[in-house]
Design a protein around this ligand. Sequence first.
Ligand SMILES: Cc1ncc(C[n+]2csc(CCOP(=O)(O)OP(=O)(O)O)c2C)c(N)n1
Length: 246
Amino acid sequence: MMEEIVYQRSKYLRPMLTYYCAGCQHGIVSKILVELAEEMNIVNNLAICYGIGCYVAGTMNLDLDMFPALHGRACAVATGFKRMRPNQLVITYQGDGDCASIGLGDTLQAAARGENFTTIMVNNQNYGCTGGQLAPTTPIGMVTNTSPYGRSVEAQGYPIRMAELVANLDGCRYAARGALTTPAQIRQAKKYVRRALELQQQGHGYTFVELLSACPSTYKVPFDKVKAFQEEHVYPVFPTGVFKEE
Ligand SMILES: Cc1ncc(C[n+]2csc(CCOP(=O)(O)OP(=O)(O)O)c2C)c(N)n1
């Protein structure tokens, strides 16, 4: 009987173990990136500037051109890179701690300047790689290592919704938020990243895609409760969709 191959791992995803925790969705973003790089035929013209977080180890899984920035500085580094190489497609790959906390100024200024690159911010609602501390994106009530009684408005204030915030800036042409748990969410998230890259190809200014990842190691719930946890605590705070397209 002939076997029909219906799916193959992208050759740009290295055949090696991942360093991500079980259930982490950074790896799904890796898959989206290599698939889009192949499908859009941009492998030789793509440069990914990554910040500091769990995803630093994950970069080893990708056979794409990548370079690091200091924690929070990816949008500043990518600005210089893109201005020197305007024909190259540039992505900053950042966590919510990297992009929305220490790097918030860099992100908003790049968006306001209308820099022509794409930021992918993976929002796992905490600082994952340093052990699960509270981030600007931690929902009210969520327990982290630095909010053991749950985030409270009195102590830590409100979470920041980055996609909506960036969408308010004139230099931002595209802002969307996707999720990565169900196959339908993953397909939609890939469409958001593709659209951002297409707009960048057309020279349309700053494009931003926030992707909601689970962080089972720090959620402190069993794996089979992660989806329910996201539905109860994460999606109500961070609605998915396109917030700006110009
Ligand atoms: C200037 C500086 N401050 C602090 C750190 C420590 N640090 C490393 S990663 C990180 C947070 C990463 O969180 P996030 O960007 O959300 O990525 P995640 O690990 O959750 O994917 C911090 C605070 C650092 N490396 N450099």
